[in-house]
Design a protein around this ligand. Structure first.
Ligand code: ADP
Ligand code: MG
Length: 728
């Protein structure tokens, strides 16, 4: 009965002392080796074509057909010289995964020979048979065409897998009618809007600014689990999280895992991953243990946001692939284990000009840095105005388990600034003279050789979903499995919109005769006043904050189906349409896709639970119960008194109660599912799944976990959490 579990544990244990760390190459030597970088373009393109390309890209213009022809030839030569045989348009449909369809360069000729061919049109546009990607009703079956279009702002790269090498060309994915069917197209539109709006505002201070780009540094948290153990858990296999399992006696309570020594087998995986990532130009810089056992984090250095998001998607693929080599499975789910920390994906975001200035860097005298204050308060105001939209942008079935679960930010969006900047804003608001805030320094009294450390003047508050951390904002509510393009499209859009409004207000005052600096300060102060409710420095996990937030009028929508409503309200639709990011139809389509994705995830989990309890758990439990019955009967036959087997008898009863409750609940849940399935309206369906089906998960889990502690360990069929978390 429990054969698979023990075999899996044995297999996992046998791998523990088998680590061979690969020889590492100097990271800088390999960096970008598999990327068609600007340097490589220079090498492979004719001189004038290269110059034209640089001019076109710098000027933000579209690439001409002739130039595309040159680039396709250069790309082909470079790829083939690196052993590449196929190429693919690489895109990010709304499934959450990345998609690719490979075509060979190879083309047979009539005379029986063959050539390698790759043309400008193959580079620029493709029509994948895309009818099975989610479109939210945009692509009717009679017009099921979808197009991928080359995104020259993200370089092509070579991806190696299964011995094959493929040239991957990052693309957007749109319908025949030009509507976005992916994550990238709306992001690029939002970035375009932001660039223009931010340049206009930056020009108040510095006329030489001609471009503003958003930067993004993504911290990726994940769990690792041995491959054999993973495969012995149908819930992990099919849903990415454990639907049952009693927490092992030792979990994370000793707080001994965070930044602890990395297990050797895991380190070998990380080293391998880093080497592969560097080749693909992903600047992975940090790696460490996270808070929960078997939880880790890696983070690349920040990059231009579109590239950073492509790199994060690529990194997720790469992690899966490299993990398999090490017989690990990566769990990128937001909450693989109920009773320990979940995983997030902190999005560190800032605005940087073509002149190299970080617009969110306060400098030594933030109060006198009016440019910083302008951008800083515009971001705060934007988040205040559209907190609900930001909340919606990170909503998913997985993240619902994490948000507010005592280690992750709550579902209430608020901004943490730190005491120093809060004081600055207060002072600016009331326009009293700002007292000098001294930069504090830590002194290392009596410890020789340790240099003075600069105390970070931005405090740390782990409970805030949106925190200012020195020279950037960190959006922490993003879930580990999500595509950052969704929250980043929203963030960049709302900031763009706010900056446009800001400029209008300032211009109006200037027209009326107010001096520019005063006009800027006036609007900044107005924004500080208006957006005060979003600022919160306290403990985001506390009950008091929930109450306080409600008084402040901040919303606290805990579940996805309702959080998503805001995508299709008038305010958001107007915002998206104003900025040219989504049409009303595209917004509605996206809303539908998200609702559908939500209920399907819950539906799958419910099915998996049903199957596991009836076909795996119940038989093992009955088996053990029969052992007990035989035992009691035997004792009775031998003439023992009832008092001598009362414990066993009691166990028989407890087992009956638990397993019976479980089976009854599983059946009741099935009935609720049937009712939900006939609902036509997707929002209704998602809500019923959330409110009527999902509550059974915890009920069943509770009784099942009780059984796990009673039933003979040798008969328990599923690897236990202790095994999943600590055999590594
Ligand atoms: P922590 O865990 O302390 O938050 P990490 O070092 O793990 O910090 O991650 C910080 C991330 O923020 C890194 O990816 C880093 O490159 C990024 N970052 C630093 N400066 C900026 C910036 N100006 N814009 C965007 N991201 C930034
Ligand atoms: Mg962080």
């Amino acid at each position: 009965m429990s054969g698979l579990r023990f075999k899996a544990v044995e297999t996992a244990i046998s791998r523990l002392n088998n680590t061979t760390t690969k020889e590492t190459t100097k990271p800088s030597l390999n960096f970008g080796k598999s990327v068609f970088t600007t340097a490589k373009m220079k090498e492979y393109l004719p001189k004038n074509a290269y110059e034209e390309l640089i001019e076109t890209v710098d000027g933000g213009k579209a690439i001409s057909h002739d130039l595309a022809e040159h680039i396709s030839q250069a790309m082909k030569s470079w790829a083939i010289s690196n052993g590449v045989t196929h190429y693919t348009h690489w895109f990010q449909p709304l499934t959450g995964a990345t998609a690719e369809k490979h075509d060979a360069f190879f083309e047979p000729l009539p005379d029986g020979s063959a050539i390698d061919k790759f043309t400008a049109s193959a580079l620029v546009q493709q029509e994948p048979d895309a009818s099975s990607f989610p479109s939210g009703g945009i692509r009717n079956t009679f017009e099921a065409r979808g197009y991928t279009g080359w995104d020259p702002s993200s370089p092509a790269f070579i991806y190696e897998t299964g011995g094959g090498k493929t040239l991957c060309i990052p693309t957007i994915f749109v319908s025949y009618t030009g509507e976005a069917l992916d994550y990238k197209a709306p992001l690029l539109k939002a970035l375009h809007a932001l660039d223009k709006a931010a340049v206009d505002v930056a020009n108040f201070f510095d006329k030489s600014v001609t471009k503003v780009y958003a930067s993004l540094g993504v911290e990726q948290e994940y769990f690792l689990v041995d491959l054999a153990l993973f495969n012995a858990r149908p819930d992990l296999q099919l849903t990415g999280r454990t639907l049952f399992g009693h927490m092992s006696a030792k979990g994370q309570q000793l707080e001994d895992h965070y930044f602890g020594a990395i297990p050797e087998r895991v380190l070998a995986f990380m080293v391998d991953l880093e080497q592969e990532a560097l080749k693909l130009g992903i600047p992975l810089k940090t790696r460490h243990n996270e808070v929960a056992p078997s939880q880790f984090e890696c983070a690349p250095m920040f990059e231009e946001i579109n590239l950073a998001i492509d790199h994060n998607q690529l990194l997720l693929n790469l992690m899966e692939q490299v993990a398999l080599r090490h017989k690990f499975k990566v769990l990128s789910h937001e909450k693989p284990y109920a009773d320990i920390n979940g995983s997030g994906k902190h999005n560190n975001w800032s605005l940087i000009t073509n002149t190299g200035v970080n617009l969110l860097s306060p400098g030594k005298t933030p109060k006198n840095n009016l440019m910083f204050l302008t951008f800083f308060t515009n971001v705060i105001k934007a988040v205040y105005e559209h907190a609900d939209l930001l909340r919606a942008s990170i909503a998913s079935a997985g993240n619902d388990h994490r948000l507010g679960a005592n280690e992750a930010p709550p579902a209430i969006i608020s901004i943490f600034l730190g005491s120093q900047l809060n004081a600055v804003l207060d002072e600016v608001e009331t326009a009293r003279v700002v007292k000098k805030v001294k930069a504090e320094t830590l002194l290392w009294h009596g410890i020789p050789k340790i240099p003075e450390l600069q105390l970070d003047n931005t405090d740390r508050n782990r409970t805030s979903p949106f925190a200012f951390t020195g020279n950037k904002f960190e959006f922490r509510a993003v879930g580990s499995a999500s595509n950052c393009a969704s929250p980043m499209t929203v963030l960049n859009a709302i900031v763009a919109d706010q900056l446009i409004e800001f400029k209008n207000e300032v211009d109006k005052q200037i027209k009326k005769g107010t001096k520019k600096d005063l006009a800027l300060l006036n609007v900044v102060r107005k924004y500080i006043k208006e957006s005060k409710a979003i600022r919160f420095e306290g403990n985001g996990y506390s009950k008091e904050w929930e109450e306080e937030a409600m008084k402040r009028g901040l919303s606290n929508i805990k579940t996805t189906p309702k959080a998503l409503d805001v995508y299709v309200n008038e305010k958001s639709e107007a915002l998206f349409e104003r900025l040219g990011i989504f049409s009303k139809r595209e917004g509605e389509a996206r809303h539908e896709i998200l609702l559908e994705n939500y209920y399907k995830k819950i539906q799958i989990e419910a099915r998996v639970i049903g199957e596991i309890v009836t076909s795996l758990i119940a038989p093992s439990v009955f088996d053990y119960q029969n052992d007990l019955i035989t035992n009691v009967k035997g004792l009775k036959d031998l003439g023992f008194k009832a008092g001598t087997y009362s414990s066993q008898a009691n166990l028989i009863e407890r087992i009956s109660t638990h397993i019976n409750t479980i089976l009854e609940d599983a059946e009741a849940m099935r009935q609720e599912r049937k009712k939900a399935n006939i609902l036509e309206d997707l929002r209704d369906k998602a809500i019923v799944y959330d409110e009527k089906v999902k509550p059974y998960f915890d009920k069943i889990r509770y009784h099942l976990n009780k059984l796990e502690q009673i039933v003979d360990d040798r008969k328990w069929p599923l690897p236990k959490l202790r095994e999943l978390l600590f055999v590594r």
